[in-house]
Design a protein around this ligand. Structure first.
Ligand code: MG
Ligand code: MG
Length: 261
């Protein structure tokens, strides 16, 4: 069942997603070689709580982190750890959730650590562009498949692997609601988009093959070929024209300046 949101509920969702967006701004200040993924988690946890929210992922199905921090070939759901230290040339995907006023925020961004290779930079740029190609299709009377096909074709035409096992979703009082929003599919297929739907569009794109595996911890999702993977996510509200982006990368851009890819 798809829950349509009132304009008041969309404003509450905007509050939660803006806390997530600002948390990303804080994270972008500290990403550098030598820090641990647990330290990123700590900074995010403190900022979310200082803003009167609760980390949305903590204890979700037993997840033992306030946020997900996924390095290089880890696609998503990396568990923050004191033993994982960022190195020059790494990429780190940070997925943040914040829960406030009964509604969830959810947005992800992949950060370069110092200088990354041109090949990896192109992966990041393409994945972020694919997110916006998907958002362009997120409008009333289109279908979920229009979003999916836009993301898939943009990435596959450029030779990247589009992850199938992990997908976007509706967002509201629950972190994951209907409809599913896959990053692969056919135009004109899937549920019709209606004003008041709030969805997370989140391409997970691999430099190599699309296949992934889950580690024994039950969470860490890695590429099978060990090549890096990128993840960008926005929460958007569907309306008549262009979708209303409830999250946003502007706080990241303000910090990174010319280094913003
Ligand atoms: Mg997320
Ligand atoms: Mg999500």
């Amino acid at each position: 069942m798809i829950f349509l949101k009132s304009s008041e509920e969309i404003e509450l969702l905007r509050i939660s997603n803006q806390i997530v967006a600002k948390t990303h701004g804080e994270i972008s200040k500290i990403i550098k070689p030598g820090i641990t993924t647990k330290y990123i988690d700590k900074i995010a946890d403190e900022f979310i709580r200082d803003n009167g929210a609760v980390p949305g992922f903590l204890n979700y199905n037993g997840f033992k982190g306030s946020i997900c921090v996924s390095v290089n070939d880890v696609v998503v759901h990396g568990i923050p750890s004191d033993n994982i230290v960022l190195q020059e040339g790494d990429i780190v995907s940070v997925d943040i959730g914040a829960y406030k006023n009964g509604f969830h925020g959810d947005s992800a961004y992949t950060y370069p650590v110092g200088e990354v290779s041109p090949q990896v930079k192109a992966l990041l740029r393409t994945t972020k562009e694919a997110l916006y190609k998907g958002i362009e299709q997120a409008r009333e009377n289109n279908r979920v498949g229009d979003i999916s096909a836009a993301v898939q074709s943009y990435c596959e035409e450029r030779g990247y692997g589009v992850v199938r096992e992990m997908i976007g979703h509706g967002l509201g009082r629950n972190l994951h609601e209907a409809p599913d929003v896959p990053n692969y599919g056919k135009r004109g297929n899937g549920p019709k988009l209606r004003a008041g739907m709030v969805i997370c569009i989140e391409p997970m794109i691999n430099l190599g093959v699309r296949n992934v595996m889950i580690e024994k911890d039950g969470w860490t999702c890695r590429t099978v070929d060990g090549k890096p993977s990128a993840h960008y996510e926005h929460a958007v509200a569907i309306g008549k024209g262009q979708a209303d982006i409830l999250s946003g990368f502007k706080y990241i851009e303000e910090v990174l300046g010319e280094r913003f890819i």
